[in-house]
Design a protein. Structure first.
Length: 405
């Protein structure tokens, strides 16, 4: 009954006249703001359109670094609801936070984009306690312009939008009660949830949370899917070959040290593919070529690691955690390269397009190198990453590999 009432309310307000096209404010623009500590954020201001998410990703990809990007500050009266959800998903792919500044406001479609933040808050002065009420973040029902609500097609459209909007809100970790309560608020008016309601409904969240799974990271005009965990990371990306053709690659990076006690607990920031490419490539020795594998113990630190990499593996798992599909790529000088610097070892493997496509669709998968220890015929698979994805995580990987699959 509650959902039916919501749909009927949305239908009633769907007939509200749209603002005249010539009265629309400029489309959303983005600006980089660097703090005194060196971290940076993005100021986003203006109307949200169907192209806003794409332009946002292009803006971030064009920046020099991602290491210290913290959040995006939104200031918008709204615009396209579809565009707002797309912008929210793009923000989540970057795994950054969302904020609304003191003098700014985020209304209508912007409020739904706001939900894309990995952490979400309304700015306040240092030490200031939150006010019990707020008027910066406002929701209302969506509008279909002046189309007649008596049309069966329109009612179907509204039902579909209600369902998609509810799914979007839930995927962002917020309560679908937002959609239900906003349905009673016509265009031109706004529902401002109280400070307590913002927390209870999951609209405003605590800052923090780990980022150990794949996130989009800009790198020289392209976007990488990067997963960091403790002292190693994986990259899924498209890389241009010597002929200029873009091909899918997997890059494994492991921190190294003179002893286990000196290994870092975690990587302080993503290590970009462009940085790795500048490290001198290690030659495959004649022995490597004869045996068809890379003798990593000649390069790794500490010297007693004795790694030998034979294959790169990819496996898909079902909901019960059972392996249902597996592939491997035999490493050779034609498809794999290895680089070492004082603190890191990097293994880059060009994978088949078919494998890359399976990776973009798998709900649960593992990536790893085969590591055979000297004096043993048994390969041990220690250098890997198990990944249990959700739709947003898969969206990150698809975005990073889109140009080469």
């Amino acid at each position: 009954m509650r959902l039916a009432a919501t749909v009927m309310s949305l239908c009633l307000f769907a007939a509200a006249p749209a603002l005249a096209q010539q009265q629309q404010p400029p489309e959303m623009t983005f600006a980089k703001v660097v703090s005194a500590r060196g971290s940076w954020s993005i100021e986003a201001e203006g109307r949200i359109s169907g192209n806003t998410a794409r332009r946002f990703e292009e803006f971030v990809a064009a920046q020099d670094s991602i290491e210290s990007l913290q959040y995006i500050t939104l200031n918008s009266d709204g615009g396209s609801l579809e565009g707002g959800m797309a912008l929210g998903r793009a923000i989540r792919r970057m795994r950054i936070g969302t904020d609304v500044d003191f003098e700014a406001r985020c209304l209508s479609a912007c409020a739904y984009a706001f939900l894309g933040g990995r952490f979400r808050g309304l700015a306040r002065a240092y030490g200031q306690e939150p006010e019990p009420t707020q008027d910066r973040l406002g929701f209302h029902s969506f509008s279909y312009g002046d189309r007649p609500t008596v049309s069966g097609m329109l009612i179907t459209d509204v039902q579909d939008m209600t369902s998609r909007l509810s799914n979007y809100v839930a995927s962002m970790g917020a309560s679908t009660e937002i959609v239900v309560r906003s349905a009673d608020i016509p265009a031109g008016r706004f529902l401002y949830f109280t400070t307590q309601e913002l927390t209870d409904l999951g609209i405003v969240t605590a800052r923090g949370g780990d980022v150990t799974e794949f996130q989009l990271v800009p790198d020289g005009g392209t976007l990488l899917a990067v997963a960091r965990h403790e002292n190693h990371q994986f990259i899924l990306a498209c890389r241009a070959s010597a002929s200029g053709v873009r091909r899918p690659v997997v890059v494994f990076t492991q921190a190294v040290a003179a002893s286990a006690a000196e290994l870092p607990d975690e990587l302080p920031r993503p290590i970009l593919l462009s940085q790795i490419n500048r490290v001198t490539k290690l030659p495959w020795t004649q022995r490597d070529l004869e045996h068809g594998h890379f003798h990593a113990q000649e390069w790794m630190i500490p010297a007693d690691s004795n790694q030998v990499y034979d294959d790169f593996h990819f496996a898909v798992f079902n909901d019960e955690g059972d392996e249902v599909e597996a592939e491997q790529v035999e490493l050779s000088a034609a498809n794999a390269e290895f680089r070492v610097e004082p603190a890191f070892f990097h293994g880059l493997v060009e994978i088949p397009v078919t494998m890359a496509r399976r990776i973009t669709g798998a709900a649960s998968f593992s990536l790893w190198f085969a590591e055979a220890f000297s004096g043993s015929s048994v390969s041990e698979y220690r250098w890997g990453h198990r990944f249990d994805s959700d739709p947003l995580e898969r969206d990150v990987i698809r975005t990073a590999l889109a140009s080469c699959i």
